[in-house]
Design a protein around this ligand. Sequence first.
Ligand SMILES: NC(=O)c1ccc[n+]([C@@H]2O[C@H](COP(=O)([O-])OP(=O)(O)OC[C@H]3O[C@@H](n4cnc5c(N)ncnc54)[C@H](O)[C@@H]3O)[C@@H](O)[C@H]2O)c1
Length: 277
Amino acid sequence: MSYNLLKGKKGIIFGALNDKSIAWKVAERAVEEGAEIVLTNMAVSIRMGTINELAEKCNAKVIAADATSVEDLEKLFDETMAHFGGKIDFVLHSIGSSPNVRKGRTYDDLDYGFLQKTLDISAISFHKMMQVARKKDAINDWGSIVALSYVAAQRTFYGYNDMADAKSLLESIARSFGYIYGRDKKVRVNTVSQSPTVTTAGSGVSGFDGLLDFSERMSPLGNATADECADYVITLFSDLTRKVTMQNLFHDGGFSNIGMSHSAMEVYSKGAEAEQK
Ligand SMILES: NC(=O)c1ccc[n+]([C@@H]2O[C@H](COP(=O)([O-])OP(=O)(O)OC[C@H]3O[C@@H](n4cnc5c(N)ncnc54)[C@H](O)[C@@H]3O)[C@@H](O)[C@H]2O)c1
């Protein structure tokens, strides 16, 4: 159902790889709500994934950019503004990757070159994107920028590895840049901390299936899906949330405020009994 929440707005969506991607769902919902969008991803992800299908469906231009490259980002914002004939209103940063996770390096045996890459791709790219946008004055007053995060930024989930550090940095960048962008241009900057979600990046986390089940049992409302995440992000791009900024907003069915739930305790007790036998 469409409410025309983004009628007349224009935006850039980073990170749609395939139809499981959270960014894919946000792109579809944004267009459904009346927005015009540009889609962007790394050239290799454009080749390996199915973003061109999404582009066709959303009548969107695709511009390749490695979000760790300031030069690529400058080109992306220039080309986007030329395409739309003016500034944009919203940006989604839906990017994450850890070479340490991919190569099976545990948190007490990190490769520090890989760690630099994890931080650059998953967090510093957010700063680069905003710095480029602000220098180019690419975003209209009262625009909105959202990045996706995870609760491992605040609490330890051992399999999440160095991505936890990246998410902590990402959320800190949202606060620090949110102050500057809000003060100067009324642009708001927030992170949405999403439930575990079955996507290419999500499934790469060690023990992901167990985590998905655990978090489903712990959350009073159950895990939030990618479609539900898209709905929430659309409200943050809309004019209904103009005074929300510098926040990390949990979109997780209540998981982040639960200590132990009845459903999780039942499973834990059964496991504990079996262990004692
Ligand atoms: N899936 C989950 O369980 C979950 C939970 C909470 C938060 N998140 C976050 O959601 C965001 C989107 O991930 P997803 O789950 O949709 O997975 P996904 O694999 O579909 O998306 C990750 C995207 O990052 C892109 N990317 C990687 N390196 C890049 C670079 N250098 N430049 C530009 N793009 C690059 C990939 O091409 C891909 O499109 C990530 O920030 C992720 O950490 C995911």
